[in-house]
Design a binder for this molecule. Structure first.
Ligand code: MG
Length: 426
């Protein structure tokens, strides 16, 4: 777990200040600053010239309250993380959290008092994740030429993230996710090259190489009695190619496979921007026996009526609703509504981004069919997935779910920070 150097605790309650101080002292934080209100806290931040990496902030305080303090943090362009705590109602905490997000502050979480050790642990784990993401977003951009060369050299490879059936733990499928196996810098995370691929039009050839490799892997798995569903993310670009369904069907048949083994994930946003040609292509994919999934459901602000145009067989709830739903009532409501929607329309319901026991429990409660996320397994190369599947004999025992969570603490992708730093340096 990442250890913070400088932490600031802001609370007018001396007992909470003492508890928090003791917690951070046990973490070997270098400097712990404390303030009884927002004004004193701002003074500390000015004196430390922005070196505070984590702030634990109460809302109800004299002088300058927490909500005002967040606005000042924005004005100071504060780049560390903030954990918001309060004895107020959860809805007040949620408003403060949303406000902080509109200020583009890195919010590690909102917690109701009294704070217990697991609350602290979660805030710190989230804060470490924010920090990593911040490092990621400031990385050097990839150029289209580099990316084109990488596609040409077969350096873009599928990593497979398993999905298990909530009912019995059966490993029922995988989602193929693009990774760049860079010869010099190691594994490159997708957020570094997917935006470039989308902007440059290279997403088309990249998806095609992903399809080819994934079909070949699926054919090999059949020989090993690994009969699972394989999901591939599909881009608007390919949906605009009239010949796509025929080519795809021929590729799959040549590999000796049935189209029903494959699910094509189309994001809600893509679906909404699609042309009549895209609708035709999707309809023909479905006719040929491929499954169609609506991905990132809930993020495209779709008028539900518009979703009628696509013959979906699966609904994939966006990770933000899954991960937010344990402490955000709005996200929870979205999750519940999606579940009802999927059930009414006989769609398979998949929750992605499930990273802890609480989120798993929620998926069970909402009668989700399949779960994907770090709680089950990270995305992995084909050979590693094969070994993983065999070691589990095709089933993840449901009573082992709580113990699956690995101890890295973060939910970051399986991509070493070293590799990223080397790429930045290069
Ligand atoms: Mg997807």
């Amino acid at each position: 777990m990442h250890v913070f150097e400088n932490v600031l605790i802001i609370d007018d309650d001396p007992i909470l200040r003492a508890i928090s101080q003791a917690y951070f002292a046990a973490l070997n934080v270098k400097s712990i600053y404390v303030a009884g209100d927002g004004r004193k806290a701002l003074q500390i931040i000015c004196d430390q010239a922005g070196d505070i990496d984590f702030i634990l902030c109460d809302l109800n305080m004299p002088e300058l309250d927490g909500v005002e303090f967040l606005r000042h943090l924005k004005d100071h362009n504060y780049r560390g993380s903030v954990g918001i705590v309060s004895g107020e109602d959860m809805s007040v905490l949620e408003i403060a959290g949303r406000l902080a997000k509109t200020y583009e502050l890195n919010i590690a979480g909102m917690v109701q008092k009294p704070l217990r050790k697991p609350d602290f642990d979660e805030l710190i784990a989230n804060a470490a994740k924010c920090l990593e993401e911040d490092t990621a977003s400031s990385r050097r951009a990839v150029t289209p030429n580099e990316l084109a060369a990488a596609i040409e050299a077969d350096q873009i490879v599928p990593y497979y993230q398993p999905k298990i059936a909530v009912a019995d733990g059966r490993i029922c499928g995988v989602e193929a996710l693009a990774r760049w196996q860079h010869p010099d810098t190691g594994l490159v995370a997708p957020d570094l090259f997917i935006p470039c691929a989308e902007e440059s039009g290279l997403i088309g050839p990249m998806t095609q190489t992903m399809i080819n490799q994934t079909v070949a892997d699926a054919a090999r798995w059949t020989g090993q009695k690994i009969d699972i569903h394989v999901a591939i993310n599909i881009t608007p670009h390919l949906l605009e190619a009239r010949t796509f369904p025929d080519k795809l069907a021929s590729t799959v048949h040549k590999a000796g496979l049935q189209p029903s083994r494959f699910t094509f994930e189309i994001t809600e946003r893509t679906a909404l921007q699609s042309s009549p040609l895209a609708m035709e292509v999707v309809a023909r994919l479905r006719l040929k026996g491929f499954d169609i999934s609506i991905d990132d459901f809930g993020t495209g602000m779709a008028n539900l009526e518009q979703l009628r145009d696509f013959p979906y067989s699966e609904l994939k709830i966006d990770r933000s609703f899954v991960q937010g739903a344990t402490d955000d009532r709005f996200a929870r409501a979205c999750l519940k509504a999606s579940a009802v929607f999927a059930r009414e329309l006989d769609m398979r319901l998949v929750a992605e981004g499930v990273s802890n026991q609480a989120e798993w429990n929620m998926a069970v409660e909402e009668a989700v069919d399949e779960v994907q996320g770090f709680l089950i397994a990270r995305p992995m190369p084909a050979s590693e997935f094969e070994a993983w599947y065999k070691s589990h004999e095709g089933v993840v025992p449901l009573d082992s779910i709580g113990q699956l969570q690995d101890d890295t603490g973060g939910d970051a992708d399986h991509c070493s920070l070293d590799a990223v730093l080397r790429l930045v340096a290069g």
